[in-house]
Ligand binder design. Structure first.
Ligand code: BES
Ligand code: ZN
Ligand code: ZN
Length: 496
């Protein structure tokens, strides 16, 4: 899909559809919508009065052959209340427009930014909205609808003076939107097409193309480094594990800036191991590498965005399988840090591989850590598919992340980490056990387990089990992988 700027006056734009958004104002079209109303001979006002054009959030109204426009159609998308309008609204509105038009075999359109809304931030959001909405998960369908595609999408409605801001936003939006889709594509791959080795190959290819340093540790190197927690999960599978390390080093690093360590869980399939999962819905566990995919996608974007801080991405990748060699409940493992772990449930494997991932990231020089993982079913109980669960050991660092999430339009909610919860994972026969002792708070004990390996290094854990996968199609997003947390973490990194 091409994304361009369209500088022509609105009436002269020759496209399959001209798109803009209207507010739930109850006072008829204003500003640029009023301009379009004139070109349609007052049709928008009439639709508004008749109740067909209300501006209600994500409502769509399509007008065919608008009288005085070169465009073949005019599509209006509801933007909801003007007071609540933000770039996050625009991202969705742009996505809704694209998917609405694509479904109707429209091939090109121009999206008109409204008066007062022409900013770099908004242009970025629109382009992110376009690209993430255009993503489909039909890669393995042999009969996919070839006539339904968008060739080109343009942004219109800016003045000559505003052009450079729109251009900048467009470039940034493209980098981020493409990185998010790259991550989603990895998550969408089934486990037979994406083993730990294949994930490592794909990460390596991306890094080489982007000009990032990359190192992939194989099972021998992982054993040499005594990554016993990662190995304990991997031992049940015939597929060997990988530890993927991608590093971005800025040309002129700021003195005193942090070195950010991004650690992503990449269990390419989670059967639960010997503590096997129920069959019903198990197929979704191909998504259990979403944390790792997000982090790899972030690195792709950083290579182009060039932040001022060093970022080290560490992705432990493995399958979690039952088998003759699989670890068993009660087994005691020694993590790379030297801590001993009693594995009471082999399905709580994410925290095991993150234990070594986090320790290794620190050893490589990370001063500030963020991990992302589809870690617990309990986070789905607590926050459903709406908010990412946030856990942190350092409130200043966590607050920075929460502010970035707000700016990026991603919903995240912090949960408590009182010392009392730490007691839940105190080991009976080893230093620590990998599940809490039956007192609830499953997402928090999972977080505490990882925190034990972060130690004093400021650390944030994002539990994306509820938000990394969209169970139903949304008007602005296909069913399947979401690429959640990528935009927030890019903002966090760019804020230094
Ligand atoms: N990958 C799962 C998390 C998960 C579970 C995501 C259900 C979505 C739905 C993780 O490895 C896991 O199995 N966690 C267990 C932990 C438990 C054994 C303490 C869980 O949440 O059930
Ligand atoms: Zn599991
Ligand atoms: Zn898992």
């Amino acid at each position: 899909m091409q994304i361009n700027l369209e500088a022509k006056p609105l009436a002269a734009v020759e496209v399959d559809a001209l798109v803009t958004y209207v507010f739930d104002d109850n006072d008829g079209p204003q500003g640029r919508a009023a301009e379009l109303d004139q070109f349609t001979g007052g049709l928008l006002s009439r639709l508004n009065k008749g109740g067909e054009l209300t501006g209600k959030s994500l409502e769509t109204t399509l007008v065919h052959a608008p009288a005085n426009l070169k465009a073949a159609r005019l599509l209006l998308v509801g933007a909801g209340k003007r007071e609540q309008f933000a770039s996050a609204t625009l991202r969705k509105v742009a996505g809704v427009a694209l998917r609405y038009l694509k479904a109707r075999a429209v091939h090109n359109f121009a999206f008109v930014l409204r008066e007062g809304g022409v900013t770099e931030e908004n242009a970025q959001a629109v382009v992110e909205g376009f690209l993430t909405a255009d993503f489909e998960t039909d890669k393995y369908k042999t009969d996919r609808k070839k006539e339904k595609f968008i060739d080109s999408a343009a942004i219109a409605g800016f003045t000559e003076a505003e052009k450079s801001a729109v251009e900048k936003g467009m470039t940034r939006g493209r980098i981020i939107g493409e990185a998010q889709n790259f991550a989603r594509d990895l998550v969408n791959e089934p486990s037979n097409k994406l083993t730990p080795r294949i994930l490592a190959d794909k990460a390596q290819a991306m890094a080489k193309e982007a000009g990032l340093a990359v190192e992939v540790l194989d099972e021998k190197k992982i054993a040499e480094l005594k990554m016993g927690a990662l190995l304990s999960v991997a031992q049940g599978s015939v597929e060997p594990p990988r530890m993927i390390v991608i590093t971005y080093t800025p040309a002129n690093p700021k003195t005193g800036a942090p070195v950010i360590g991004l650690v992503g869980k990449a269990v390419t399939f989670d059967t639960g191991g010997i503590s096997i999962k129920p069959a019903d819905g198990m197929e979704k566990m191909k998504y259990d590498m979403a944390g790792g995919a997000t982090m790899i996608g972030i690195m792709k974007a950083l290579a182009a965005l060039k932040p001022n801080v060093k970022v080290i991405c560490v992705v432990p990748a493995t399958e979690n399988m039952p088998g003759g060699k699989a670890q068993k409940p009660g087994d005691i493992q020694t993590a790379m840090s030297g801590k001993t772990i009693e594995v009471l449930n082999t399905d709580a494997e994410g925290r095991l591989i993150l234990a070594d991932g986090v320790h290794y990231a620190k050893q490589l020089g990370a001063t500030h850590l963020v991990d992302a993982a589809t870690l617990t079913g309990a986070i789905v109980v607590a926050l459903a598919n709406v908010n990412v669960g946030v856990f942190g050991s350092d409130q200043a660092w966590t607050d920075k992340l929460l502010a970035s999430a707000k700016d990026a339009g991603e919903k995240m909610w912090q949960l408590p980490m009182d010392d009392e919860y730490r007691e839940f994972i105190k080991g009976s026969f080893a230093d620590i056990q990998n599940i809490g002792s039956g007192k609830g708070g499953g997402s928090i004990t999972g977080a505490w387990f990882i925190r034990e390996f972060a130690g004093d290094t400021p650390w944030i854990h994002l539990d994306i089990a509820g938000t990394a996968w969209n169970d139903d199609t949304k008007p602005w997003l296909a069913k399947g992988p979401t690429g959640v947390a990528l935009r927030t973490l890019i903002r966090l990194i760019m804020s230094f």
